[in-house]
Design a protein around this ligand. Sequence first.
Ligand SMILES: NC(=O)C1=CN([C@@H]2O[C@H](COP(=O)(O)OP(=O)(O)OC[C@H]3O[C@@H](n4cnc5c(N)ncnc54)[C@H](OP(=O)(O)O)[C@@H]3O)[C@@H](O)[C@H]2O)C=CC1
Ligand SMILES: O=C(O)[C@@H]1CCC=N1
Length: 270
Amino acid sequence: MTTIAVLGAGKIGEALLAGLLQAGRSVQELLFTERHPERAAELTARYGVAGVEVDEAAKRADVLVVAVKPQDIDPVLAELAPVVDSASLVVSLCAGLPTALYERRLPAGVPVVRVMPNTPMVVGEAMSAVSPGTHATPEHVALVTDLLSAVGQVIEVPESQQDAVTALSGSGPAYFFYLVEAMIDAGILLGLPRAVAEKLIVQSAVGAAKMLAEGTEHPVILREAVTSPAGTTINAIRELEKHGVRAALLDAIEAARDRSVELGKAHEEE
Ligand SMILES: NC(=O)C1=CN([C@@H]2O[C@H](COP(=O)(O)OP(=O)(O)OC[C@H]3O[C@@H](n4cnc5c(N)ncnc54)[C@H](OP(=O)(O)O)[C@@H]3O)[C@@H](O)[C@H]2O)C=CC1
Ligand SMILES: O=C(O)[C@@H]1CCC=N1
């Protein structure tokens, strides 16, 4: 039995707990820490998982998953430093934070694996990218990969690519939700009841995602197949091009990458 403690069970930490439970992990294999007792009580009531202090998490867990905001990392590392050693495995889900930061602040030899997951782990469809730090062995990577495979797909990338990964798949679900939200609004503009607009767009998204996931055709071919000569779709595409939606996406994702780099730089010291 591998015991996993989530340090900071906010949105992504809760998604991980929920996804692991959904995938068949027992509540005895999971722990979490939270700084507000009300939040801890809410999570325990919802999932049956125990909320503990950091020292107990370090004592009982094989894997310590850090899931606090990057801006909140300093006190977490200060709490972890006296209670972890090279037998622990620290997994960071934090955007921008390099494994080198953990290696500087924790005792020598503590293995660290940096992961960028995303929230679809609640439905077993996460995309997670893992990168080992200096002291993480292939076995550590395999353990983390195995853990995350229960809640979605996992790839290994060089740590130098993690800021780009964060901008693409870490934040990616938000871009799709944003587009869906805008398309539902378009349905309202055209006079459809909200519930009807939602059903039409959500099922279109599910269908399109399934076709993409099958991977038999390139996205361009799939789009062309919808775009009939002198039909409706090409009129919409012309408007999207006119409004620079493609360029906006390139700029948006580049900006997300830059923010990830900046979050890491905030801890570039010592
Ligand atoms: N949300 C997402 O889709 C993704 C997030 N991430 C990364 O995951 C991390 C968390 O993000 P997210 O879940 O969105 O953020 P949240 O703020 O929702 O979650 C962080 C949680 O950690 C708690 N916390 C903060 N400090 C401590 C501490 N010292 N001890 C225990 N708990 C603490 C926070 O409490 P409080 O509410 O009091 O601040 C909060 O509940 C970030 O680093 C982010 O980059 C990675 C991939 C995707
Ligand atoms: O917005 C954020 O900073 C986090 C990291 C990736 C997704 N959410």
